[in-house]
Design a protein around this ligand. Structure first.
Ligand SMILES: [Zn+2]
Length: 304
């Protein structure tokens, strides 16, 4: 189990509580390829109860518009939703077609007081590191606010990211703490190299422990092997495994662990067991579950 850490009072830096229509869509999407532990008509109140039942006292609530027209209303929704929920920490988002990304980002950070921004380039279907996105990066860099950006699971999504554009962005905007959500799964050698080179980068292990546990136990799920037209290179996962283990020795202060609740690879208890499978030192577990995400917020001036 969890060694000395227990389950209580932890922070979950990766939660999606969305407006009803989007929540239904997200859960329906998950059900296409994985069993869901929640119903399609899950309400925000039920989701909050699920977090409370898992002793999550604080969570990052992440929204992302699938088309430009919903951008402003989704950010507004997240502001209103989080303002009524103690411990809910809002992150905003933009779409690549948002005409003035700097203005929308500024609104989220300054006017709404959001902790940072989130992009999910695969679900949103655009390049998060394209030159058109610079308005967002300039504002985040100016205020030194974090960006959470989906990385990895390329096989599962059948998409790839431009590595050189990513590096260029890290170089150009060094004041943005960038959280590589899903830790570039399974490219942990690259993750390690980047964390070495760019001190502002963090990793979020959401879904990674569960995926690697499945891999270690030889039961390959759809998340690992991907669709037929874009099969996984299981050898690549194997080759990157030593680098995965070293991450916790080399960068224990820069790794966080979220759940993707309510569309993750299991309930919180299951996800804890998946992490415990790797027998990290108790101090490292504590950092992943409690300390690091709070430090990230404190260091980027989020006061709630
Ligand atoms: Zn997510």
């Amino acid at each position: 189990m969890l060694g000395e850490t227990g389950y209580g009072n932890r922070i979950d830096p990766h939660v999606h509580i969305l407006p009803p229509r989007r929540m239904r869509g997200l859960i329906r999407w998950l059900k296409k390829f994985a069993p869901s532990f929640v119903e399609e008509d899950l309400t925000a109140e039920e989701a909050l109860q699920g977090l409370a039942d898992a002793d999550i006292s604080t969570f990052f609530n992440l929204v992302f518009p699938l088309w430009e027209e919903e951008t402003a209303e989704l950010n507004l929704w997240n502001r209103d939703f989080c303002s009524g929920v103690p411990g809910a920490i809002p992150f905003g988002s933009v779409h690549i077609e948002t005409p003035d990304k700097a203005a929308e980002t500024e609104r989220c950070i300054v006017q709404y007081g959001f902790a940072g921004m989130k992009l999910h380039p695969y679900a949103q279907r655009f390049d998060a590191f394209a030159p058109e996105m610079r308005g967002l990066y300039e504002v985040l860099d100016h205020y030194a606010k974090p960006l959470l950006v989906h990385t990895g699971y390329d096989v599962f999504y059948g998409q790839e990211q431009d590595r050189s554009a990513m590096e260029e962005t890290f170089r150009r905007y060094p004041h943005i703490r960038v959280v590589l959500v899903h830790s570039l799964f399974p490219e942990f050698e690259l993750a390690s190299r980047w964390l070495q080179e760019f001190p502002q980068l963090y990793l979020d292990m959401t879904n990674v422990f569960s995926s690697l546990r499945v891999f270690k136990q030889g039961a390959y799920s759809g998340v690992l092997v991907g669709p037929e037209e874009f099969p996984a290179d299981l050898q690549m996962i194997e080759d990157n495994y030593p680098a995965f283990e070293r991450l916790f020795e080399d960068f224990p202060e820069r790794i966080i662990y979220g759940s993707d609740y309510p569309v993750g690879m299991g309930r919180h208890e299951q996800l804890h067991e998946d992490m415990a499978f790797f027998e990290l030192p108790p101090e490292t577990e504590r950092r992943l579950l409690f300390t690091n995400a709070r430090c990230l917020l404190a260091e980027t001036g989020y006061s709630g």
